[in-house]
Design a protein. Structure first.
Ligand SMILES: N[C@@H](CCC(=O)N[C@@H](CS)C(=O)NCC(=O)O)C(=O)O
Length: 243
């Protein structure tokens, strides 16, 4: 079966957490909204499933994944599904709940990253909330970044086995997502993150280990990986970074 991923075509965004899992699983998938409108793909195909007229349980927002008759929305929910199917999740119920809990924490984290450039409203331009963004980003870099990354650092320090993973003794989908968070933070806040990385060596090492996995490395080097840009979650506005 070939999965259909529906996500905005020009950004990594939340879709990237799903893409990374699909790539690591070597699953057959099509990134529908990046396809051609004249071939029934593109953004219109995404909007058609969102509008609820043809789907009994329409998702609220992308990303969503079509797997045969199933249409699954919410990033952690999609990863819960893919993780179990493709050996990217712990086998026990307790382990699966733990992986899901980690993914939900990452979801909270990326909302806070998003709010550094859009603290007032997603529908307004960054330029219309620049001052508030400055204040929000300063607090994020001073307080929240270390709270989240420190948490993951502690988990990795307590991980069993030689190589530290977030959920058990091998890679699971939250590891892929933490890789993406570190990559995104490095893009968005290079100065702050460079200073901070000394304090979370295990998180940095996990990032590097995930990046070096053959399937992930091949994906990152391919044109399937959309470059970071200033429309996604991780945006680089130098004035929001540390001086
Ligand atoms: N909690 C959802 C959030 C989905 C979401 O916010 N999607 C964004 C793009 S990353 C979107 O298109 N939102 C449209 C909207 O909120 O109206 C998830 O984790 O998938």
């Amino acid at each position: 079966m070939r999965y259909e991923l529906y996500y905005w075509p020009t950004i990594q965004g939340r879709g990237e957490f799903v893409r990374l899992a699909l790539e690591e699983a070597q699953a057959a998938y099509v990134d529908v909204a990046r396809g051609l409108k004249k071939e029934g793909a593109g953004v219109p195909a995404l909007l058609k499933l969102l509008d609820g007229k043809t789907v009994a349980q329409p998702p609220f927002a992308p990303p969503f994944l079509k797997a045969g008759p199933l249409i699954i929305g919410q990033t952690p929910n999609i990863l819960l599904f893919l993780g179990q199917r493709h050996g990217l999740a712990p086998r026990s119920e307790a382990g699966r709940l733990w992986a899901n809990q980690l993914q939900l924490t990452i979801a909270d984290f990326i909302v806070e990253v998003h709010d550094t450039h859009h603290p007032i409203a997603s529908g307004l331009y960054y330029e219309d909330q620049r001052e508030e963004a400055r204040r929000r980003a300063a607090d994020f870099l001073e307080v929240r970044l270390s709270r989240y990354l420190g948490y993951f650092e502690r988990l990795l320090a307590a991980s069993p086995g030689k190589a530290a993973w977030l959920a058990g003794r091998s890679l699971t989908y939250p590891d892929l997502s933490l890789f993406q968070v570190v990559a995104g933070l490095r893009y968005a806040f290079p100065r702050a993150v460079q200073r901070f990385e000394r304090k979370c060596p295990r998180v940095v090492e996990l990032h590097d280990r995930v990046a070096a996995r053959p399937r992930i490395a091949a994906y990152l080097a391919s044109d399937r990986r959309i470059p970071f840009n200033e429309q996604g979650i991780f945006r680089h506005y130098p004035e929001l970074d540390l001086a």
